[in-house]
Write a protein that binds this ligand. Structure first.
Ligand SMILES: [Zn+2]
Ligand SMILES: [Zn+2]
Length: 351
């Protein structure tokens, strides 16, 4: 068990992955290295050792682990799932190797392409556009808590075999001098075939709400690269804690819904279509493991949890920030008063 340190080979300063240049960059001397070319300083690999599992437990009863920083000797504390963090003493970025090797080694990673500044700007304009958000959410120290985190995802490939039978109808109406006529023709239709899916993502982290992660899609998988720990430097990263067996049903039900809709869409030219029976089965399914980039701001306010998230690749933003009654009174009551006064004056003159 050891740490991979991201320390500048030129000056010893902290290095981090830069989303703009897609390279490892030293924060002090601006040296840049290709992620693939980076070789850690001589002391990086051996000096980082994991201390005994402490009896201390974090809030969520997740055990804590203590590592020794290879650069400064300071203690670095991580949880069981957190695998990329920062030394609190020398600010060097470190990756806990065991969290991303062996069975935990991701096949791919989508590197961050949006910077933390992008996330901050997006968040600020979101808050600005919604005047009813409590002012505390617009405060700078709150905004500083936006974190870039690599979220573990399972990516499923599968082929769905589809067999469906439908009843469709066509109507015709006409009249003569005596009667109105209505004719309904019934058709029996079948559809059969397969549809293949590649890299359908399902988040593999217990801490991340599934619906929030789903709504951050799509991620462009063309930007996916083979995993290298260097992309994690300067960001938080979690290893998976939901297995691929536990996640597969979510992926398959998404594929089944899409397959059913796609086959039904091949039927056209009828007034009504109703499925009589639909049979779906998965022909084969395989999976890969990848880390996807997400910016998160997680806040508790008056005992409730609020979350904002941004896709670290596309900049797509999702959030649920609270509505403040006080702000509503401040912004809307004067308008409402103004309008009723105006209405009163108009009425007065009309009458
Ligand atoms: Zn440097
Ligand atoms: Zn250190």
């Amino acid at each position: 068990m050891s740490l991979q340190e991201y320390e500048c080979p030129a000056c010893g300063g902290a290095m981090e992955f830069n989303p703009t240049t897609q390279k490892l960059k030293c924060l002090y001397c601006d040296s840049e290295f290709d992620v693939k070319d980076y070789v850690a300083n001589h002391n990086s690999n051996s000096a980082g050792t994991a201390a005994e599992n402490t009896s201390a437990y974090s809030e969520g009863s997740e055990p804590l682990f203590i590592y020794t920083c290879g650069s400064c000797g300071g203690e670095i504390i991580t949880t069981d799932s957190l695998g990329s963090t920062k030394c609190p003493f020398c600010s060097n970025n470190v990756v806990v190797k065991e969290k991303f090797t062996g069975e935990f080694k991701p096949d791919y990673v989508i590197p961050f392409s949006k910077t933390k500044e992008d996330a901050i700007e997006t968040y600020k304009s979101y808050v600005k556009a919604r005047k009813l958000i409590p002012p505390v959410f617009a405060e700078q120290n709150h905004i500083d808590e936006i974190k870039g985190i690599y979220v573990p995802f399972w990516l499923y490939d599968a082929t769905e075999h589809f067999n469906g039978e439908y009843e469709a109808t066509r109507h015709r109406t006409w009249s003569d001098s005596t009667y109105h006529y209505r004719e309904t023709k019934y058709y029996n239709l079948t559809r059969e075939g397969t549809e293949s899916f590649k890299y359908v993502p399902v988040d593999a982290s217990k801490e991340m709400p599934d619906d929030l992660m789903d709504s951050l899609e799509p991620f462009d998988r063309n930007a996916m690269v083979p995993f290298n720990m260097g992309y994690l430097a300067g960001f938080l990263a979690n290893k998976y804690n939901v297995s691929s067996e536990e996640s597969i049903s979510r992926a398959l039900s998404r594929m089944e819904l899409t397959t059913s809709a796609d086959f039904q869409q091949t039927i056209s030219g009828y007034d009504s279509i109703s499925p009589l029976h639909v049979d779906l089965h998965t022909v084969k399914a395989t999976n890969k493991y990848a880390l996807y980039p997400v910016y998160i701001l997680n806040t508790t306010w008056r005992g409730k949890n609020y979350l904002f998230a941004m896709n670290g690749q596309s900049g797509k933003f999702v959030g649920n920030l609270p509505f403040s009654l006080k702000q509503a009174l401040k912004y809307y009551i004067p308008f409402a008063l103004g309008f009723s006064l105006l209405a009163y004056i108009v009425l007065y003159f009309v009458l």
